[in-house]
Design a protein around this ligand. Structure first.
Ligand code: NIG
Ligand code: FE
Length: 410
């Protein structure tokens, strides 16, 4: 690409590019310059290069600070109504998540509250959650529906997802998760509900461009693999990408199903077996790890991280922000938990919210690394070591947040 002239350059930076072509931990380039034109990174150059010296436009001196790509939270349910504190108290008193779900608490209680709210009310409720993610450096977020479970209520949630992204200048990847639970009006008729999803909801969201992917909860307490298969087939027919909540509480071989359909990601994966790892490795399906839900449900079985690593399966880390199993609006907390609970290295956690998270959202060509031709979404960090971003919580040492080439501090 033609490099100059540049609109703005960030000089004297330690660039954590996460570009696999850069042969250093985190793809680190010391004393480099990131050059931007419009919304795009157009060059990555040593600060003492002639093009940098010749530049006459805007300059920001990073003074040796670290720069990372903008963070991507590739799995959230941040639009919801009501509260699940009562569920939490029941769980603390010993009632399992699955039992709460069976008696109509859990996801279905959030469905009741979400259906009762208007778009404006839901937007007001969702905004502080997205604002909290943004304050930690999130520049792109996936947001699922799944608490509406009627065509109108799912569309309502997806419109809110779009609106909060526009309001806070965050790129949103909206996902239809109508197959989150069987709604009460379809009790005992799950297949009919699957038909509604496949024949009405998917075509409508595709036509109205309100979602780019379709998600399912493939689990003993939710949808069976054959039902998920029907939903994925319909999604593909309408040009939508595929992903799923799989192997969270039991092994239903949902990851293999997703891999067979060429899906973007398989998420949770605590009960993933060797065949699942092999299937994902073969197709490059991203493993999205959600350690905050594992923590909050006090799960015992961890995803097979060493096998995923050995198999070369890309691992992303996400917040799973939702009212029931992960009421934490903090991607950095999820990164910290991925290290402490799942044994990821801090570098893997950082790669998991940048390069691999971009893959999990089908955005690897545009986002996730610092490279020429990628979008100029990046973060300047006031830390002495990159791992500090993952280690120390409660303060956010974010010096500057650049979105589409412009500074947008939270
Ligand atoms: O990712 N597993 C299903 N869905 C969510 C939980 C949603 C809820 O409990 O409200 C999850 O853990
Ligand atoms: Fe989830």
């Amino acid at each position: 690409m033609d490099r100059g002239p540049f609109d703005h350059i960030w000089i004297h930076a330690k660039l954590a590019t996460f570009d696999p072509k850069v042969n250093a931990p985190c793809g680190l380039l010391e004393d480099y310059t990131l050059a931007v034109r419009g919304e795009t990174i157009v060059a990555i150059l040593p600060t003492d290069s002639p093009e940098v010296r010749a530049h006459r436009g805007a300059v920001t001196d990073c003074g040796g600070k670290f720069v990372t790509p903008g963070f991507i939270d590739c799995h959230t349910h941040l639009v919801w109504g009501g509260s699940r504190v009562a569920d939490w108290e029941s769980r603390l008193a010993g009632e399992p998540y699955t039992e709460i779900a069976k008696r109509g608490g859990g996801i279905l209680s959030t469905v009741r509250a979400t259906r009762a709210m208007t778009e404006d009310e839901l937007q007001l409720a969702a905004l502080p959650r997205l604002r909290a993610l943004v304050a930690e450096g999130v520049t792109c977020v996936e947001i699922k529906s799944g608490y509406g479970l009627t065509l109108d209520d799912e569309l309502k949630m997806l419109r809110v997802a779009k609106r909060v992204g526009e309001q806070l200048n965050v790129e949103v990847s909206p996902t239809l998760l109508a197959a989150h639970a069987v709604p009460p009006e379809f009790a005992g008729r799950a297949d009919d509900y699957v038909s509604l999803i496949a024949n009405e909801m998917i075509p409508t969201v595709a036509r109205e461009q309100l979602a780019e992917a379709v998600d399912v909860f493939c689990e003993s307490i939710a949808f069976a693999p054959v039902q998920c298969d029907r939903i994925f087939t319909a999604a593909k027919r309408h040009g939508l990408a595929i992903k799923g909540h799989v192997e969270q509480l039991t092994n239903s071989h949902g990851a293999e199903l997703i891999a067979r359909h060429g899906g973007w990601s398989a998420d949770h994966l605590e009960f993933l077996d060797d065949a699942g790892v092999a299937a994902m490795a073969k197709t490059g399906t991203v493993a999205v790890l959600l350690p905050a839900a594992f923590y909050f449900l006090r799960e015992k079985q961890k995803p097979p991280v060493e096998k995923l690593r050995a198999g070369g399966v890309p691992m992303a880390v996400a917040s799973d922000l939702n009212p029931g199993t992960s009421p934490f609006a903090s991607l950095r907390l999820a990164m910290n938990m991925a290290c402490v609970l799942y044994g990821l290295t801090p570098e893997e956690a950082l790669v998991g919210v940048t390069r691999e998270a971009a893959k999990a959202l089908g955005r690897a060509s545009r986002l996730g690394t610092l490279e020429a031709d990628k979008r100029a979404d990046f973060l300047v960090w006031d830390v002495t070591h990159l791992a500090e971003i993952v280690c120390q919580l409660g303060v956010t040492p974010l010096a500057e947040r650049i979105v589409r080439g412009k500074t947008h501090n939270a």
